[in-house]
Design a protein around this ligand. Structure first.
Ligand SMILES: NC(=O)c1ccc[n+]([C@@H]2O[C@H](COP(=O)([O-])OP(=O)(O)OC[C@H]3O[C@@H](n4cnc5c(N)ncnc54)[C@H](O)[C@@H]3O)[C@@H](O)[C@H]2O)c1
Length: 423
């Protein structure tokens, strides 16, 4: 029995593990922990790898990053975490640094699962190497930042092998209140849908570079400000809400008309600070979407409202999750939400309705590995990314853009510098 078969045979990841006595649970972990290699030791990567470590049988055994300081911070963090969980610290030979770190991690025989948490521009390149290695892959959203990357990702999706599991980081779908209301909406609780309203308003990100950074390093450290590295706010951040809308409607938008711009942000990047997009879905259902990144205030709100013939649904990150009308319903289980003040969390670890989104996302993914009921979420991830790119193109060109036009345009973004300088 090889390691992959052994992992599959050792069923019942997180939920089952909790039922085992500690001694047996430790034995299970020691024999069959999914060995995780984290690529990109930043805010989100650390939060998700923490969640894997604490909520599943996965164990962080390897780290990779472009920058030495990020790798060192990751090592110190995960050595402490592993020690607190009774696990070994990270072996020095499983620390990879530089522009080829992703290839070295992919080549390692000591890793079962690669978690890709690098800036969006690199996701497709890193996904390609990780999928080719035959390892399981957890890749952050957005899978792609332009159409040609989206096409590449679709080709990579075809190369996912049987027994290999690939998830994309849309954890909001796994938040218990959101999963519960989605089930009702999909079962027709609202009747025929008339329209949808969505929004994502959040504070802007501060400068994250050090004063000695070269121009290229400055861009890399502040990738959230940079169109090529991030895909702009609609593709990088607002994608969570547009992905939820696609999922709830069971469709992708056919076309988009948009406007927006950069009215208040003065940082060095070229991302916009606001978008207003009218997405048209099949059956002439419109999603009226708006987003703004504004200053450094604490105010934050993101969510969707759906209006139907027999009711409406409110699906916010924070606040009541409910259906009004003929099939009125409200999420009541406070054990599955953690009260917060509705504040923005740059690492995606939100409180309130999303409090357990990561935990449940990670558990479901590890279960897919240990049971052999594998996932391949790349195509769905590309569809959500392309939906956002269509809104972005409509905004930049200030006109209506159809799905076909987006694909025919084949937009391609370039980094404009050589990563080799960071060897
Ligand atoms: N799902 C969510 O809710 C959520 C929340 C926040 C961020 N994210 C996503 O997670 C990803 C990472 O975001 P973050 O906030 O952690 O960013 P970050 O800047 O904090 O971390 C990125 C890390 O990647 C490293 N890196 C950069 N280029 C690299 C390369 N070519 N090879 C190897 N390492 C490289 C950086 O040094 C840094 O350590 C992004 O795709 C972002 O969109 C998702």
């Amino acid at each position: 029995m090889n390691r992959r078969q052994f992992l599959r045979a050792g069923t019942g990841a997180a939920a089952g593990m909790l039922l085992l006595k500690p001694r047996i649970a430790f034995g299970y972990q020691a024999n069959s922990a999914v060995r995780l290699g984290l690529l990109g030791c930043g805010g989100r990567g650390t939060a998700v790898a923490n969640s894997f470590s604490q909520s599943t049988s996965a164990q962080v055994v390897a780290l990779a990053d472009l920058f030495a300081d990020q790798l060192a911070a990751g090592r110190s963090h995960f050595d402490q975490l592993n020690t607190s969980l009774g696990r070994a610290p990270i072996d020095s030979k499983l620390l990879f640094r530089g522009p080829h770190a992703f290839e070295q991690l992919a080549a390692s025989q000591d890793v079962d699962l690669i978690q890709i948490s690098t800036p969006p521009f690199f996701h497709v390149q890193h996904l390609e190497a990780a999928v080719a290695s035959g390892k399981h892959v957890y890749c952050e959203k957005p899978v792609a930042i332009d159409v040609s990357q989206g096409r590449q990702a679709q080709e990579i999706a075809k190369r996912v092998k049987p027994g290999q599991s690939v998830d994309i980081g849309f954890q909001c779908r796994n938040a218990p209140p959101i999963a519960a209301i989605a089930e009702r909406i999909k079962a027709g609780a609202l009747g025929k849908i008339a329209s949808v309203e969505g929004h994502y308003n959040a504070s802007a990100v501060k400068d994250r570079s050090n004063s000695h950074a070269s121009r290229d390093e400055y861009r890399l450290r502040n990738w959230l400000w940079d169109r090529a590295l991030s895909g702009d706010i609609i593709v990088e951040q607002n994608i969570h809400i547009i992905d939820l809308c696609n999922w709830l409607l069971g469709a992708r938008p056919l076309k988009a008309a948009a406007t927006g711009g950069r009215n208040i942000l003065t940082h060095a990047g070229d991302c916009w600070d606001n978008y207003q997009v009218d997405f048209t879905y099949p059956e002439d259902i419109h999603l009226s979407f708006s987003s703004t990144q504004f200053g450094e205030y604490k105010a934050f709100e993101a969510g969707l409202k759906l209006f139907g013939a027999s009711g409406s649904a409110t699906v916010p990150y924070s606040g009541p999750v409910r259906i009004t009308g003929a099939q009125a319903w409200e999420w009541q289980d406070s054990a599955s939400t953690a009260p917060g003040s509705g504040q923005f969390a740059a690492n995606g670890s939100f409180s309130d309705n999303l409090a357990f989104a990561d935990r449940d996302k990670e558990r479901t993914f590890i279960d897919s590995i240990t049971t052999g009921n594998t996932h391949n979420q790349i195509d769905a991830g590309v569809e959500s990314a392309l939906s956002c790119m269509m809104g972005r193109m409509a905004g930049y060109q200030r006109r209506e853009v159809t799905w076909e036009e987006l694909l025919a345009h084949g937009e391609t973004y370039h980094l404009g510098f050589d990563l080799g300088q960071f060897t």
